[in-house]
Design a protein around this ligand. Sequence first.
Ligand code: GUN
Length: 293
Amino acid sequence: MTAKLIDGNAIARKVREEIRVRVEVLKQKHGVAPGLAVILIGEDPASKVYVRNKIRACAEVGIESQVVRFPTTVSEQEVLDCIERLNKDAAINGILVQLPIPPTISIRAVLETISVDKDVDGFHLYNVGGLIAGDSVFPPCTPYGVQKILEYEGIPLEGRNVTVVGASNIVGKPMALMLMQSEATVAICHAKTRDLAQYTILADILVVAAGKPNLILPQMVRTGAVVIDVGINRLPDGRLVGDVDFEGVRQKASHITPVPGGVGPMTVTMLLYNTVASAEREANHAAAGQIAR
Ligand code: GUN
């Protein structure tokens, strides 16, 4: 068996086209453009690239965006004040603070200050709780992107065995909750899991977000499994690879996402998706309020 390659760029293009149309409708019907504010603290080169990509993607679909930059020496209070100001700004529908942030600033304080109605990253505890209750307002972008990929590929989840490798707050944990909500049987593995293969071999769908090149070898994968590789690792020779032995595993899987060009393009896409959804919620609330009055 040779796996079907899942083209994350193609799916991202389709979803972004839907978003562009929704932005246009918002502008025509409500006279508003969705707005995203990105807070970038410090000089982390990877964060700068991610933020640039997010801003560029916003422009492509008609979302207004702004970057607020702070030096590493900024105080926690200054950042919280900035978030409070953006919370009150009617032109802003989404706020995100690019992680990581300097250790002098509390991540918890920053994330809990973002209004739950503008938390398009889905990192506020309220939105995390929404995932547990099964009625999340803003699902976090990377697992949301994986969910969209599975939907576009027509891969059913109900009653199927899914193994998630990696239990981070940003990917693994929310991914597992979302899959459970779709009535999959979910196993979550992490760095302390003994004999990882005994879990991965059970998976009809294997989602890997561990940050370790070649963690998943062909003998760990069931024939015909769907393999979603969320890992992004830079090798010493400069190549970008995922967590899966791509050449080996593609001989066994039914579907596989490449790195780059698999999950990556969907993460930014779902940020745009959450931002336009936030603007639609706000516009609908405003319209309902006007009718009530
Ligand atoms: N840093 C790495 N991934 C993410 C993400 O999804 N959102 C934010 N805000 N920062 C990140």
